[in-house]
Design a protein around this ligand. Structure first.
Ligand code: MRU
Length: 371
C-alpha cells in the first residue's frame, strides 16, 4: 500500500538478501520508523513484542527469522533451535507454524552451505504469495459487499465494522479483512468503517485508523463496546474481521472481543464475515473453543496504556489501574462457526463449516492427515 504516494510492504529484504527490515508497529501511529532484523533473535523479539503482528505477517517474519538463524548456524541443531525459538514467540496464529513447515523440509534436504540462501529465497516467495492471496481475498470480499449493497437497494454509505487490525499492516500487503474495503473504496463504493479501538493494545485505534486514513477511507474509531449499540440502530451493514486460526469445523479464533461482536451481529441480523488466507486454516483441529491455544500476554498491557504526550511530543506509558492490581490479559477468543455468515478466502467465499472449507480446499483433508 502507499504512504504519501510511496509503495510499502511491511517487511522487505535488505543488505543484498542477508537481512530484512520491518515497520516498527509499536510506534505507530505516532512515529513511522523502520527497523533492521539481522539475527534470529531480532526476528523472534520483533514477533514477541509485536513490532510485527497479525497472523500472516507473523508467519512471514518467522520465515525470514528461520533463514537468519540458518545464517548463524546452518546445522540440523541450528535449524531445530531456530524452529523452537520462533514457535515460542506467539502461540495462537497458525501461520507461524505453517511457514516453518513450508520451509524446513526443503532446506533440511540441502547441504549446510546452501541452507541460508535457500531459506531466504523461500521466505521471499512466501511473502509474494501472501500479497497475491490477500488481493484475491479483496476481490472475493468486494463481491460480498456488492451483493449486500444490491440487496439493500439504496446507495447511501455502506457501514462496515471491523475489530483489531487485519489490514495491510497485519500481512505483507493488502490485509485480509481490510482488503475488500480497499477494493470497494477504489471501485467508488461509498464505504464507511467503524473501527473498534481493540483494547488492550489498541490495534484498531492505532493501526487500522492510521492505514485507513493513509488510503483516504472514511472511518470513525469507536470504543469496543459501541458495536452492539450501532447494530441495534441499523448503523452496521456488515462486520468483517480477520482470524489467527480457523479450525476445520469453521470456528475462528481472532482478537479478544470478536466473539462478542459476532453475538451482537447475530442478535441484530447483521452479516458477520471472516476473511482468511488458506495458511490460517488448522486442519488438525476441529473444536476451536476446546483446542486452540489462547495466548495470555503481560497484564501490564491491561493496567497501562501508551500514547503521545501532546505537550512534549513524546510517547509515554501511563497506568490506568490502582497500583498493584491483579489483571489478566487474554489476547484472543473463539467465535463458533454457527455465528459466522461466511468465510472469505483467496479461493472464494464459503460457509463456515468443514464441508464449506473442504469445498474450496479439497487438499485440506490430506493436510490434516499430515499434521
Ligand atoms: O495480536 P495481533 O495484533 O497479532 O492480532 C491480530 C488479529 O487478531 C488479526 O485480526 C488477525 O491476525 C488476522 S490479520 C490478517
Amino acid at each position: 500500500m502507499k504512504i504519501d504516494g510511496t509503495p510499502w510492504r511491511t517487511l522487505w529484504p535488505i543488505d543484498d538478501g542477508r537481512a530484512v527490515a520491518i515497520i516498527d508497529q509499536t510506534l505507530l501511529p505516532h512515529r513511522f520508523e523502520t527497523r533492521e532484523l539481522h539475527s534470529l533473535e531480532a526476528a523472534a523479539e520483533a514477533i514477541a513484542t509485536m513490532r510485527v503482528r497479525g497472523a500472516p505477517l507473523i508467519g512471514a517474519t518467522a520465515a525470514y527469522g528461520l533463514a537468519l538463524g540458518l545464517r548463524e548456524d546452518p546445522s540440523d541443531a541450528g535449524l531445530r533451535r531456530a524452529r523452537e525459538r520462533l514457535l515460542a514467540t506467539r502461540p495462537t496464529a497458525s501461520n507461524l507454524a505453517w511457514a516453518l513447515r513450508r520451509i524446513i523440509p526443503a532446506v533440511q534436504a540441502l547441504p549446510e552451505a546452501q541452507r541460508f540462501d535457500a531459506a531466504f529465497a523461500r521466505a521471499g516467495a512466501l511473502c509474494d504469495e501472501d500479497v497475491a492471496i490477500n488481493e484475491a481475498i479483496g476481490d472475493h470480499g468486494l463481491g460480498v459487499i456488492r451483493d449486500l449493497l444490491a440487496a439493500r437497494g439504496d446507495d447511501g454509505p455502506f457501514h462496515i465494522l471491523t475489530h483489531c487490525n487485519a489490514g495491510w499492516l497485519a500481512t505483507v500487503d493488502w490485509g485480509t479483512a481490510l482488503a475488500p474495503i480497499y477494493k470497494a473504496f477504489d471501485a467508488g463504493i461509498d464505504v464507511h468503517v467503524w473501527v473498534d479501538e481493540t483494547r488492550p493494545r489498541n490495534q484498531g485505534a492505532a493501526l487500522t485508523a492510521w492505514e485507513l486514513a493513509a488510503h483516504g477511507v472514511p472511518h470513525d474509531v469507536i470504543v469496543d463496546n459501541a458495536g452492539g449499540h450501532l447494530m441495534q440502530h441499523g448503523q452496521v451493514d456488515l462486520v468483517i474481521t480477520g482470524t489467527d486460526r480457523t479450525v476445520r469445523s469453521g470456528d475462528v479464533c481472532n482478537k479478544i472481543g470478536t466473539y462478542l461482536k459476532a453475538l451482537a451481529a447475530r442478535d441484530n441480523g447483521v452479516p458477520f464475515y471472516v476473511a482468511l488466507p488458506g495458511p490460517t486454516i488448522d486442519w488438525a483441529l476441529a473444536d476451536g473453543v476446546r483446542d486452540i491455544p489462547i495466548e495470555e500476554r503481560d497484564p501490564r498491557e491491561v493496567t497501562h496504556i501508551q500514547g503521545l504526550d501532546e505537550d512534549g511530543g513524546v510517547l509515554r506509558e501511563v497506568r490506568l489501574t490502582p497500583p498493584g492490581v491483579s489483571a489478566r490479559n487474554f489476547a484472543f477468543d473463539v467465535t463458533p462457526a454457527r455465528l459466522v455468515t461466511g468465510l472469505i478466502t483467496e479461493r472464494g467465499v464459503c460457509e463456515a463449516s468443514e464441508a464449506g472449507l473442504l469445498g474450496l480446499y479439497p487438499d485440506g483433508a490430506f493436510e490434516a492427515g499430515a499434521a
